[in-house]
Design a protein around this ligand. Sequence first.
Ligand code: TNX
Length: 526
Amino acid sequence: MTLEQLIPAPAHAEAVPGSSFIAGPATTLWAGPGTESTERWLRATLGAALGLPLTPGAEGLGDSGSSGISLLVDASLEPEAYRLTVDEARVEIRGGAAPGVFWGAQTLRQLFGPDAFRRAPLRPGTPYSLPACVIEDAPRFGWRGMMLDVARHFMPKDGVLRYLDLLAAHKLNVFHFHLTDDQGWRVEIKRHPRLTEAGSWRARSKWGHRNSPLWEERPHGGFYTQDDIREIVAYADSLHITVVPEIDVPGHSQAAISAYPHLGNTDVVDTRALTVWDTWGVSKNVLAPTEDVLRFYEGVFEEILDLFPSTFVHIGGDECPKDQWKASAAAQARIKELGVDGEDGLQSWFIRHFDTWLTARGRRLIGWDEILEGGLAEGAAVSSWRGYRGGIAAAKAGHDVVMCPEQHVYLDHRQDGGPDEPMPIGFVRTLEDVYRFEPVPAELTEEEAAHVLGTQANVWTEVMENQDRVDYQVFPRLAAFCEVAWRRLPAPVERDFAGFERRMTAHYARLDALGVDYRPPGGPLP
Ligand code: TNX
């Protein structure tokens, strides 16, 4: 493995004169205060993959003559920055704080080569050699995320845990968990059990044409118990990943309304007849703008806050069709009573209510860029998905932004325009397109650009009914995305795609060892 094959490429990597470090059964592991999460992770992954016992060692190795890996916090570095040094006797990872040490360990794993990505040793007893080197690295953004939609297609808990591993391997640190939508409710809420009892299964999935393989005439569903969620959040935390939960309001709510019909606009539709939606698209069945609905969702969010310690809580806010509010006498009366500006005003009334509610509990609201319509609540942050426009407007108004424009980082969209592309959805977004994505638009001043917290890739799963398909759409594009999110490049940012492709040859071997079902370079195999 050479220093030129790391993904994401580090800010600085230099081979230094001297012999390689040889890792084997005698290699020790010393973990300084604050580095325990990385110590555990190294034993569980690197140790297990390479058959290295990594017995506890001494700091600096003393005179034992054995060679070892040392982990330490060095507060002179930024919290997520690390310095990795390798010489004949030792490997040292210094991080500014626990996350920096952990990202350094991710780089170390890549230096060991693809075997380090297996779950068990392929060649027990093989010594592995690392080149003598110095690597210094730090991320560009603090929010490096992936959103996974588990509402359109459910991903069982073990699959989610596996995705967290994959995120960490790409130095991504935010997992945006899209837990509810028209087509399914995926998180147990104790005080409203029907949300999962009734709202987590649909009878069929009418994606595309009736004859299309994506039309599934079979039930689909599933949900996470609160214990599952606790396990997911704790596991993410051990990988220095924050889980940001999303409960989508006031649109994308048909699954909830089908479970609790009073949540809907009962004067315009018989919501008792609704089922979990079985069609791809945006349902017109949206929440009714009543105090009752607010109380119901406060109950939901109370349980969500107990489960998810993340500062940010995503409330959706996207694509809320206003048809029913227009037709509903009750909704029109609410508009008058609240003195809001028509249906858009109702939408912001919803969002503002939960902004105040979350802020009072020490959390911050984030929502899709539609929450800008009709006035954005103070302190709220925006996920800019309909291009850069919403993000630019939000940053200029002093709001924080996560850039995730569909034109660049929607990984549900097809990766190639060829006729054999197995999931020909949306517009073509190639590996190179993702690689060339620049999250900070030139229109922003330096001060406004500081509001760009970072970026995330969004994985909507209408056409991905299982993990293999998710893998195929997400990889290799997530590898390109992680460079965009992680790598600091001098302005104006120039991206060397040919260089990235060369580094990808090593990365495909890592993905193979991890068992990732990526789209092969050059296209699907015949
Ligand atoms: C738009 S992005 C949506 C999703 C769809 C996606 C398909 C956003 C906030 N809403 O509900 O799944 O397009 O690409």
